[in-house]
Write a protein that binds this ligand. Structure first.
Ligand code: NAD
Length: 260
């Protein structure tokens, strides 16, 4: 990745999926910029960025168009062009990430779709203008987009819309040689995940039922992100790559599976 410059959005702390991705890219020689939401996170993001040799740490609330514009204006001034962008952002009211989907409120449905879905399109809209052929955009999704998972509720509906938007964005930007993909990560204990009801049970279930019989780490996701953001994946766009220890291929485990 030497000579490539990219923006990482969604770093909250060293448990964040964005951190696993940033480490893999940094180790591979990419030059990185980071955006964070709110002053409280800046003091966590600054040292992490510095440890990868970056001092470009900029605020951005993706719910605010002016804030996204300010981020990209600032990046354009500093770098001029951009080779890749990582969108590792999602939000929903945690009171609605438990119980029944049918009880979702209109206000939280709209907010979840805005922050977790539309924001990727808003980011790609700006990134496209700074990218040359070979540019790559990546977002994070979850299996709850494809199948019903306990408590994931409105986030499952949002991730389904996010995955559909990856396909539409891939078609729009493909003629300019810019690729758009998603990673569907297995459950990982992060700040965002701690808002989901019974998350520990979901982790255990995934561990027992995945072909690899383990949960994935942010480094597993980082390795696959490196592939999707590099020229190694030059023929791949509109893809949702599962990094979930294979969980998504299993219909049912055998009763006598040795390790259940
Ligand atoms: P995290 O809490 O570390 O990261 C979520 C990030 O979203 C935070 O940095 C937060 O500041 C940011 N964010 C929320 N609202 C924002 C806003 N309005 N403006 C700007 N940033 C905002 O958790 P994570 O698990 O690393 O989440 C990253 C992505 O990975 C999310 O899209 C999440 O849905 C997805 N994902 C997570 C898992 C998991 O099990 N942890 C699995 C699959 C997909």
């Amino acid at each position: 990745m030497a000579g490539k410059r990219g923006l990482i959005m969604g770093l909250a702390n060293d448990k964040s999926i964005a951190w696993g991705i940033a480490k893999a890219l940094g180790d591979a020689g990419a030059e990185l910029a980071f955006s964070y939401q709110g002053d409280a996170l800046k003091k966590r993001v600054d040292p992490l960025a510095a440890s990868l040799g970056s001092n470009i740490v900029l605020p951005c609330d993706v719910g605010d168009e002016a804030s996204i514009d300010a981020l990209f204006d600032s990046l354009r001034e500093t770098w001029g062009t951009l080779d890749f962008v990582v969108h590792a952002i999602g939000f929903s009211d945690k009171n609605e990430l438990r119980g029944r989907y049918v009880d979702t409120s209109r206000a939280n449905f709209t907010l979840s779709m805005d922050i977790s879905v539309y924001s990727f399109t808003a980011v790609v809209q700006r990134a496209e203008k700074m990218m040359n052929r070979g540019g790559s955009c990546l977002t994070l999704t979850y299996y709850g987009a494809e199948r019903v998972m306990p408590h994931y509720n409105v986030m499952g509906v949002a991730k389904a819309a996010l995955e559909a938007s990856v396909r539409y964005l891939a078609e729009d930007l493909g003629k300019d040689g810019i690729r758009v993909n998603a990673i569907s990560a297995g459950p990982i204990k992060t700040l965002a995940a701690s808002g989901i009801g019974d998350f520990r049970y979901i982790l255990k279930w995934n561990e027992y039922n995945s072909p690899l019989r383990r949960n994935v780490t942010i480094d597993d996701v980082g390795g696959s992100a490196l592939y999707l953001l590099s020229d190694l994946s030059s023929g791949t766009t509109g893809e949702v790559l599962h990094v979930d220890a294979g969980y998504h291929v299993v219909g049912m485990k055998a009763v006598d599976a040795p390790d259940i």
